[in-house]
Design a protein around this ligand. Sequence first.
Ligand code: HEM
Ligand SMILES: [Ca+2]
Length: 555
Amino acid sequence: MFDTTRLETVSTPPSPPITRDLKFEKGLEFYSCQPEPERNKFVKSLVQRFWSDLEHPPRVWTGAAFRLADGSKNSHIYPDVGKSKTPFSRTVSSKTPRKIATSDLPDPAALFERLMMRPKDNFEPSLSGVNSLLFYFAILITHDLFNSDPQNPSINLTTHYVDQSWLYGANEEDQCKVRVKTDGLLKPDYFPDNRFSRQLPGVGALLVLFSRNHNFIAKQLLTEANAKENYRFTHEDGKGSKLHTDEHKDELLFQTARLINNACYVNLILHAYLNTILGFPKNPDVLLNPLIELPRSNSSCGNICSMEFNYVYRWHSALGEKDAQWLEDHISQYLSPKATDLQANGNIQNIADGPNIPGLTRQHNGYFKDEDIITWILHGMKNVSGRFGANKIPAAFKDVEISGIKQGRKYGLCTLNEFRRHFGLKEHTEYKDLNPDPNVAAALKDLYPLGVDTVELYPGLVIEEAKSKGVGFPYTTSRAILSDAANLTRNDRFLTDELTPHNLTNWGWGYANGNDMFARLVENNLPTWNKVAGNGSELWLKVPFLVPETKSRSL
Ligand code: HEM
Ligand SMILES: [Ca+2]
């Protein structure tokens, strides 16, 4: 997955064959007899070469193979970069003096109603048959990266890495609540992030799949990997020597299982998810591997999510028709920016029994019913997602969007054109460049009379014309997320440097690598899949993010 050639290169003989001609010694001998400045020049070039062979300061330290709960020390050099409860970054500083006063900007409610809101009974399905499951997974990813503090939205309450903070917590205290503290296990279907109590059931169902996958991995480590790998989880140095304490054993199993589970999640992101977004949902390999090896001079010092991307990723337009209705019927009362107050009062969650997921029944043994989880995953698979572009956001999001527009103004977000310029995209010079639909262009002119240059980032991203290929994102979004994907992954040393067979175990490395990750997640953690979903449905798991009709066309 990340680089499956790495294991192979170990056994591949180097080509061309190693030379044994003592070139270096001969060169040294020659220059030792040369006068200055030749000798000096020679020494300088040698030392320059030797010095640049290694990083300054080195990025990878030994003895730090495990993630910390709060995301700190991802970079040893800048240990606080990407830690939870730190500010979002700014990708584009708006340099043009504001031509218009805030009062000249369109009224957010009017803007939403005229150009962002999906008219009633006017759902337009994704052109390429991308299903809602892809967006449930997108919600997991975005909630891993963004959790604005309602008291101060410039602060991100979660870690700025794709490290499954919704499962493992974004601080030590939350992480402790999830762990059983024996054999590296997690509590049954438990997670510390209560935002999933006011989300679609399918999103929580995917979260639970990863929780179960952790326990599957931890058990395999103890039974499979331990015996084959010198009893590393139970003994200090091989069988027969001193046993680890129970605490140490639990810690090693927990942290290693976490790394492997994280690698499974990143595998799914880079294979099925990214390929579907790019328009190649059936290609089993990683098409655009952001973790490809680049020269070391490109090494990073950690990740900080940006405020602009917090908006780039608000894909509320994609909600399927049934999901939009479900939202209206079930949780629209929580769909206000103040939903966190309800949470704090415990109105939507019963912590004592484990966190709720609407639509899933928690049983006496603490686990949700398998059948419910499978039903909602199937629901996401079978229901087509919505198309992007102007007038596609379900009306239930009105308050959320108004609050988002206002927040963007408060934080001085750049304009859409400034954002485009940053990514080397041509600026829109006319309203119809932004969206060629004459009605949309006219409404834009009405709302932003001072020119297309004044269109704000968030509404602009949402209203912009969408592509007809792949997932069909609006043009600016489709370009910007690629830069974000490269940064997110390459800025995380646990993905670039620490994802090794040594840290993951050979068993873990094998499990987390390779194709068909979603199928393996389901097979190992939801054994009744076929019974509930029906024979033949195991094929759908190989292309999880397309509606079955589209899959079967060429499966
Ligand atoms: C039924 C589905 C969804 C519901 C109920 C929902 C609800 C919400 C709510 C209530 C907010 C908070 C806005 C505020 O406080 O001002 C929000 C923000 C956000 N939404 Fe959604 N959303 C849904 C789907 C999605 C999807 C499909 C995506 C894209 C992957 C997405 C990405 C985001 C992002 C990135 C934020 C900003 C998060 C933050 O700053 O904490 N949402 N959403
Ligand atoms: Ca995170």
